[in-house]
Design a protein around this ligand. Sequence first.
Ligand code: MTE
Ligand code: MO
Length: 383
Amino acid sequence: DPFKHEPERDPNLVVRTEKPCNAETPGSLLTDFITPLKLFFVRNHLWVPQTEESPQSITIELSDGEEKSYSLSDLKAKFKEHTITVTLQCSGNRRSHMSKATLGPTSGLQWDIGAIGTAEFSGVKLRDVLKDAGYCVDEDCPAPSQAETDECDKHVQFISPGDTYAVSIPLQTAVNPQADVLLAWNMNGEPINRDHGGPIRAIVPGTTAARSVKWLGKISIGCDESPSQWQQRDYKCFGPNMKQTQVRAEDWEGAQSMQETPVQSAITNVVKANGNNKTTVQGFAFSGGGRGIVRVDVSADGGKTWKQADLHRDRAKGSRRWAWTMWSIEWPKDEISVGQQTEFVVKAVDDSYNTQPETFEGTWNFRGLCANAWDRKAVPIEA
Ligand code: MTE
Ligand code: MO
C-alpha cells in the first residue's frame, strides 16, 4: 500500500478523497490573509513520497540535452533568496457550485470554496538558476539569446520522480524577473512539509496551482509543453456544448491548457447581527496573472442592488499582486429583509476590469474548471 506513510493531517480539513488525500479548508476558516499551514488545502494526485524518496536536488536539462544539478544547499548558497506571498488555487475550486448548473454534474473533486490558500514561499528565482545552468535569460546575453534564435515557443517542464506528476509553463514566464517563479523550500517560514511538496517545490504565482509542482526533481526546457495528461488533458476548458465523449484528438490538441487564472471571489462567513444591529459579510477575492483586486461588490438581495465591501490592505511580498484580497462589509439590520432567507452575493473586479459571470451556465465545462460565477450564500435573518 503506497499510502501507508501518509502524513498526519488536521481534522478540520474537509476530506473529499482519502487515497489520494484531497482535502479543503472549510470556507469559514479562510479568514486570515496568510492561511495557517495546518489548514492549507491538500491536493494530491497520488501518494505522498517519504522524505528520503523525494528528490533532494534539482536537475536541469537544457535544450541541447546538457544537464546540471543543484542540491538544496547549492541553491541556498549560490542564489539570492526571495520571499513571495502567493495564493494557490486549485483549477477545480468551487467545482461543486458549477455542478449545480442546468447542464448538470461536472467531473472531478467536488470542491466547495476552500481549495485555495495563501502562504509566504521562500526560495530562489528559477530564472537565476536557469541562467547559472547556462540558459541565457538577459537582454545583455553575449550572443542573441537562445530564446530569440530558436524557432519555437519554449516551455519549461517540471517533473516529479518517475513521472508521477509533470506539467509545464511557458519559458517566457519562467525567465521573466517580474513573474517571480520560485524553486521554493520554505512555506510560512518552515521547511515545506511533505504534503505541500518539500524539500523543493516549484511556485508559479498567479497561475493555476496545478503548475506549482511538488517534490520537484527535474526541469527540462524545450519546444514542447509537457506531454503528460495533466498538461494535455486535465486542465483544458471547452464550451458548454461539449461533452467529454465528443472531444476529438484534434480538439484536445487545439485547446489551451490553463495557466493564469480568472478573477474569483467567495463569501467565507456571514456573521449575523446580535444586539448591534449589523450583519457582517466576509470573504476573499483573487485574480491570476498578478492582477490585483480593485473592487468587491456585495448584494443582500440576490444581486439586484449592490454595495462595495471594504478591501483589507494586507501587504503582500512580490513583484506583482500574487495574493488574494480579504474583504468585509457591515450590513445594517434595517436594510435586510428579515424573516426569510436573505441571499448575499459577491463578485469582484480585478485591475484589468475583468469581472465574474453571473451564473455558471455560460462557462460550464465538463471538467468543472474555472468555476468563478458570483458566489451566493443564503442565510435566515431573524427579526
Ligand atoms: N505536484 C505533484 N508532484 N503532485 C500533485 O499531485 N498537484 C497539483 C499541484 N502540484 C500535484 C502537484 C495540484 S492540482 C494542486 S491544486 C496543487 O499542487 C496543490 O498544492 P497543495 O497540496 O500544496 O495545496
Ligand atoms: Mo489542482
